[in-house]
Design a protein around this ligand. Structure first.
Ligand SMILES: Nc1ncnc2c1ncn2[C@@H]1O[C@H](COP(=O)(O)OP(=O)(O)O)[C@@H](O)[C@H]1O
Ligand SMILES: [Mg+2]
Length: 370
């Protein structure tokens, strides 16, 4: 079957799981929530139980790895009156987690403001359809609601991606909405008060190590519970995330090739060591300046696999993996290339001597680093 969208939203991708959970959901539930907090937790963290729905057996897989308690706290925050702010390095699944939460709580993950340097107050609150505004004046019909407006009037979650890319004074237009739960459209006079319905809340995400990041005012910070999302620390988990994500990407693009788990492990170890600055045998490593995120590891692996698939090779080429790794790591400065070469000449060399096998093959691809 042809795939309809390149990346279907969470609520479409996992529609079966959400419906199965909904059908058996008996948990306590805040008003207007699609699933109860307990079922939201199961959706994100998975379950061994097999759910029956419309005669099908549905398994709920784990989607976010590494910190179950954080997920539980996020859900409870959203049931309260403060917003949820997910902060951390790029590629730690903040966006993914906010989409999973929105889909499970509100049935949709697409009610989103994308923060950029060019985000204006109109984009956060509301704007006008100028043709209608000229023809009819400031009437409700002429108003173009923002995702925040929609969230408040329907009682669903509004996601605010990369909030700190937006100038601080624009971010601050959220303050009154978050404290009073009402949005005022002065042009509409008495019709112009939008009171938030239960179920409304905001999930913000912010990358802390990106360029072009603005501060957030303390007044706005006080309206949010902050959760810091850290990179996965456990190499086995990181390997598992790489395998899961690559399998899903491959299936979505009809790449019919098994994921090479040894290569996934090699890449997980490489990313882990470069991120931590120390090898598993205690050799010190100079850390590259770029963020060594799991998301990047997934993309390096997937790129290598696509190459093998479309050029009809039987297996992944480590030479190709190294070149993709090279491109991912050496984006910012020449120094990073030297650091990567240094890593090969110390850590990978030592693994090649001590462990051999795939590590020796990997060591031999160092000639491609340039
Ligand atoms: N803890 C984790 N659990 C599951 N997947 C993860 C985790 N950390 C990173 N990933 C992977 O990395 C991708 C990163 O995604 P994204 O949500 O865009 O990160 P962020 O918004 O933090 O920059 C996810 O889609 C997933 O493939
Ligand atoms: Mg993101």
């Amino acid at each position: 079957m042809e795939q309809k969208y390149i990346k279907p939203p969470v609520e479409i991708r996992y529609a079966d799981e959400l419906e199965a959970l909904k059908a058996s959901d008996t948990g306590r539930k805040p008003d207007n929530w699609y699933l109860s907090p307990k079922a939201v937790r199961t959706f994100i963290l998975g379950s061994d139980k097999v759910f029956e729905h419309n005669g099908n057996k549905i398994r709920i897989g784990k989607k976010f790895f590494g910190n179950d308690a954080l997920v539980e706290r996020c859900i409870i925050t959203l049931a309260g009156s403060r917003g949820l702010m997910l902060v951390g390095e790029p590629g730690t699944a903040k966006t993914m987690l906010s989409e999973l939460l929105s889909a499970a709580i509100s049935g949709t993950s697409t009610n989103t403001v994308q923060g950029t340097a060019g985000t204006t107050e109109d984009m956060i609150k509301y704007s006008w359809n100028y043709a209608l505004l000229l023809a009819k004046g400031p009437v409700k019909e002429a108003l173009v609601p923002s995702p925040l407006y929609v969230g408040m009037s329907k009682g669903i979650i509004t996601r605010f991606e990369e909030i700190t890319r937006t100038p601080a004074e624009i971010q601050d237009s959220l303050i009154s909405v978050m404290s009073d739960k009402v949005l005022n459209v002065p042009e509409l006079e008495e019709e112009g008060l939008v009171f938030a319905k239960p179920g409304f809340n905001i999930i913000g995400t912010a990358n802390i190590r990106d360029k072009g990041v603005n501060e957030m005012s303390s007044a706005l910070k006080r309206r949010f519970n902050f959760e810091t999302v850290n990179p996965v620390k456990d190499v086995r988990l990181e390997k598992q995330i790489i395998i899961n994500e690559v399998e899903q990407n491959a299936a979505a693009n009809k790449i019919d090739m098994p994921v090479d788990t040894d290569v996934a492990e090699l890449l997980a170890i490489t990313y882990h060591e470069l991120r931590e600055g120390i090898s598993d045998h205690g050799i010190k490593i100079e850390k590259p300046s770029v963020v060594m995120s799991t998301a990047e590891a997934v993309s390096v692996f997937y790129q290598t696999m696509s190459n093998a698939w479309y050029y009809e090779e039987d297996q992944l080429s480590l030479a190709d993996l190294t070149q993709n790794l090279n491109n991912a790591v050496c984006k910012d400065t020449k120094d990073d290339l030297e650091k990567l070469k240094g890593y090969f000449n110390t850590v990978i060399k030592s693994k090649s001597e001590k462990v051999g096998g795939i590590w020796t093959e990997f060591y031999e691809t160092r000639k491609y680093l340039k």
